[in-house]
Design a protein around this ligand. Structure first.
Ligand code: SF4
Length: 651
C-alpha cells in the first residue's frame, strides 16, 4: 500500500446544503465534526504519514483523513465497525472528510491497518503535534505559559497472570505460534495429545491446584516442556527461521527470568524456580520482567496501594488564566458573565500525552516531557506538578535547561528518621560545603566526606566517627548502624539550596494558592478515564501510546467545541441537597442516623455497632423513642453491608 498525497476535498455541496438546512436557522450548535472542518480547515496532511506507508502498491485511503476518523472515534468511544459505519452514514462526518453523500467509505479493518502502520513507524504524535501547531497559530496554546501534569495507571489488555500461569501460558503461546508457522515440524517433535491436554486451553480458564507442592511440581513441568521445545527449535536440524518466531523468543526470556536450569555431573537436568534473594537465586528487576507472553511491554507496578499490570499515562495541559472579558462587573470583584463569554469557556488544552511502562517513575518523565514540549515550541514558563515529578535536582536542571519553573511540594525527607518523623533526620544536621563537614545535633563533626553519584546526581557521603557515636546518649535517635556510626548523604550545594527554598516556599499561603492550580488536572484525568484511558484497548506499548495520543486530540477537540459554541466548562455539580445548604438558614425538620445491619429502627442508640451520624443542624437522632416516630426511611448499600438511613423528627 502506498500514499498518494492529496489535499482534503472541499465538503460536498449536497452535504453542505443538508448541514445548512439542519443547523443554519436553528440555535442548535453545529456538531463537532462540522465545527472542526469550519474552524480548523485542513490541519493534517497525507505527507506527514508518508513514512508509515510504502512507495509502491495500490494507494489506500488518505492517512490524514483516517487519522481524523480515529480522533472522532476516540471522541465518541466507537468501535472500528461503528466508526466505519459513521463514515458511511453520518452527514457531519462526511462534511468533515469531504465525502459525497453516496460515498461507501471503507472497510473497518482499514482502521486497524492504519494504527499498525502509524504505530510501527513511530508517527503516533503527528496528529497531536499538527493540532497544537494549528492552535498555537490561533493563540490558544503558547510557549512560556502555565501547564500542569499528572499521571494515571493503565491496565493492559491482557490477563493478569501469576508466575505459574505465566510459565504455562508462555509455553502455550509458543506452541500455538509454532503450530501455525510450521505444523508438520511441530507434529513430529512433540507428543500432540499430551501437549493438547496440558496446553489446549488458556491457563486462566481453570483453577490451579491449591496445594503448594502440586503447584511447584506443575511449575517445573511447564519449564521442562518449555526447555524441551526450545531445544527442538534451536536444534541444528530445525529450520533457522523458527528461532525468529516472537513467541519462541518470549518463551526463552520467560524461562530465563523465572527458572534456573543446571545439568549435574551425572547428566541429570535440575530445574528450579527462581525466588527473591537472599533465599533464592534472585529475580530480575521489575522493569525488565515479562508479565504476559501476549504483551511483553506490560509491567507490574504499585502506587499508593494500587497494584496493576500495564502502563502509565502522563497528561500535561495548559492552565493559563482565561483572557479578560468585558462582561458586567458584579459585587465583590466578580462579574456577571453574559452568554457566550469566552472567559467562561476558555479551554485548557492537552499539550502532551506520554504512555510509558508502569515501572517508569513520574520524576523520570519530567525532563522527557519538557524536552518534547520544547521541541514543539510549547515549553511552559511555570509547570505545576505533584511531588512525584519533583526533586531538588530537577528544579535546578529544568530551570537551567529550558527556563521552566517547576512548582510543587518536594518529597518529604526519605531517610528512615525522616519517614518515621522521629530521631535526627537529615535536616537536623548542619552542612558546611566549604570545609566539607557536617555537624550533628550533638555538636560532633563528620570525619569523612566522600563524593559519590546517586540517581545520576552528584552527592557526597559524610560519616561520623564511631568514637563520637558509640558513647553518644542520642545514638538511639540517630542511627541503627551496627558499626556505631551515623552517615549522612549530602546533596550538592545547588540542590540543597533549591531544596531549602522549595521547602520554605511550600509553607507559604501564596504557594498554596498558586499550587491549587495543579488540582485542575485531576478533572482532565477524570475525563480521560471516562474515555477509556485506564484500560488499554490494544496490546503492546506503541499502539497503547497511539491510542492515548489520539484520545488527547479527541479531548482537545471536545474542549474546543465547547469553546467555539460558548458552552461553559464543566463546573462542579451541586446536588439538590447541597443547594439547600446554600439557601437561607432554616430549621431542619429531620436529622438522619445510619444503622448497621441487624440493628432495628427501635433499638437503643447505644446498641453495639450502632453508627450514629448527624447530618443535620440538630445533632444526633436521639433515643429509641425518637426512632418510633420515624417519618422517612431509605435503604442504601455500602460494600457488603446494607445500611438503613432513617429520618426522625428534629427535637
Ligand atoms: S550518634 Fe553520632 S552523629 Fe548522631 S547525634 Fe550522636 S554523635 Fe552525632
Amino acid at each position: 500500500m502506498c500514499v498518494k498525497p492529496v489535499p482534503w476535498p472541499e465538503p460536498d455541496p449536497q452535504v453542505v446544503a443538508v448541514i445548512a438546512a439542519m443547523y443554519g436557522a436553528r440555535k442548535t450548535p453545529r456538531p463537532l465534526a462540522v465545527q472542526v472542518r469550519d474552524r480548523l480547515g485542513e490541519w493534517l496532511a497525507d505527507e506527514q504519514f508518508a513514512a508509515a506507508f510504502g512507495v509502491r502498491g495500490k494507494p489506500g485511503w488518505s492517512p490524514s483523513r483516517l487519522a481524523l476518523v480515529t480522533v472522532l472515534q476516540r471522541a465518541e468511544n466507537l468501535t472500528d465497525r461503528l466508526a466505519a459505519e459513521a463514515v458511511r452514514a453520518r452527514i457531519d462526518w462526511k462534511y468533515l472528510l469531504g465525502l459525497a453523500l453516496d460515498d461507501p467509505g471503507f472497510d473497518h479493518t482499514v482502521l486497524a491497518e492504519f494504527r499498525n502502520r502509524v504505530a510501527g513507524a513511530g508517527l503516533e504524535r503527528v496528529a497531536l503535534d499538527a493540532l497544537l501547531a494549528k492552535l498555537a497559530a490561533a493563540g490558544l496554546v503558547k510557549a512560556g505559559g502555565k501547564q500542569r501534569t499528572d499521571s494515571t495507571h493503565v491496565v493492559a489488555a491482557v490477563a493478569a497472570l501469576g508466575r505459574l500461569e505465566l510459565a504455562g501460558e508462555s509455553v502455550r503461546a509458543a506452541l500455538e505460534a509454532l503450530a501455525a508457522a510450521h505444523p508438520d515440524w511441530l507434529g513430529q517433535r512433540i507428543c500432540v495429545p499430551g501437549f493438547v491436554r496440558r496446553y489446549g486451553t488458556s491457563m486462566t480458564s481453570w483453577r490451579p491446584p491449591a496445594s503448594q507442592a502440586r503447584r511447584d511440581e506443575l511449575a517445573v513441568a511447564y519449564a521442562r516442556d518449555g526447555y524441551a521445545l526450545l531445544e527442538a527449535v534451536y536444534d541444528s536440524r530445525a529450520p533457522g527461521w523458527l528461532r525468529e518466531v516472537p513467541a519462541v523468543e518470549v518463551l526463552r526470556r520467560v524461562l530465563l527470568q523465572n527458572y534456573t536450569r543446571i545439568i549435574t555431573w551425572d547428566g541429570r537436568e535440575v530445574i528450579r524456580r527462581r525466588d527473591k534473594e537472599p533465599d533464592g537465586d534472585g529475580l530480575p528487576p521489575g522493569h525488565a520482567r515479562i508479565a504476559s507472553p501476549y504483551d511483553t511491554d506490560a509491567r507490574w507496578a504499585a502506587k499508593r496501594g494500587e497494584f496493576w499490570l500495564g502502563y502509565k499515562l502522563h497528561i500535561t495541559e495548559t492552565c493559563d488564566d482565561p483572557p479578560p472579558c468585558s462582561c458586567r462587573p458584579q459585587g465583590a470583584g466578580g462579574r456577571e458573565h453574559g452568554p457566550g463569554c469566552a472567559q467562561l469557556a476558555f479551554p485548557n488544552l492537552i499539550t502532551h500525552a506520554a504512555t510509558t511502562a508502569a515501572t517508569v517513575t513520574d520524576n523520570q518523565m519530567t525532563g522527557a516531557i519538557h524536552d518534547d514540549l520544547t521541541a514543539k515550541n510549547l515549553p511552559p514558563g511555570q509547570h505545576y506538578a505533584d511531588s512525584g515529578y519533583l526533586s531538588a535536582a530537577l528544579i535546578v536542571s529544568e530551570q537551567a535547561r529550558h527556563g521552566i519553573t517547576l512548582t510543587g511540594p518536594l518529597r518529604a525527607d526519605t531517610t528512615a528518621q525522616g519517614r518515621a518523623r522521629a530521631g535526627y533526620a537529615r535536616a537536623d544536621f548542619t552542612i558546611d560545603y566549604d570545609t566539607q563537614a557536617v555537624t550533628c545535633p550533638q555538636g560532633k563533626t563528620s570525619v569523612s566526606w566522600t563524593p559519590c553519584t546517586k540517581g545520576g546526581q552528584p552527592m557526597a557521603v559524610a560519616k561520623f566517627s564511631p568514637r563520637d557515636c558509640g558513647p553518644c546518649p542520642a545514638r538511639a535517635q540517630c542511627t541503627t548502624s551496627t558499626r556505631n556510626r551515623r552517615q549522612v548523604t549530602v546533596p550538592s550545594r545547588d540542590h540543597a539550596r533549591a531544596q531549602a527554598a522549595a521547602r520554605t516556599a511550600a509553607t507559604t499561603t501564596a504557594f498554596q494558592a498558586g499550587y491549587a492550580r495543579r488540582a485542575g488536572v485531576e478533572g482532565t484525568i477524570h475525563q480521560a478515564v471516562s474515555h477509556g484511558a485506564r484500560r488499554a484497548r490494544y496490546r503492546r506499548l506503541p499502539k497503547t501510546r497511539l491510542d492515548h495520543i489520539y484520545m488527547a486530540c479527541a479531548l482537545n477537540l471536545l474542549r474546543l467545541h465547547a469553546y467555539w459554541t460558548g458552552t461553559p466548562l464543566d463546573r462542579q455539580r451541586t446536588s439538590h441537597l447541597a443547594r439547600l445548604e446554600l439557601s437561607p438558614p432554616h430549621k431542619p425538620e429531620l436529622t438522619t442516623r445510619i444503622l448497621q445491619r441487624g440493628e432495628t429502627r427501635g433499638s437503643p442508640r447505644s446498641a453495639p455497632g450502632c453508627c450514629a451520624m448527624s447530618l443535620g443542624e440538630g445533632g444526633d437522632a436521639g433515643d429509641g423513642a425518637a426512632h418510633d416516630q420515624d417519618v422517612h426511611l431509605v435503604r442504601a448499600f455500602v460494600g457488603a453491608d446494607t445500611l438503613e438511613v432513617v429520618g426522625v423528627p428534629h427535637r
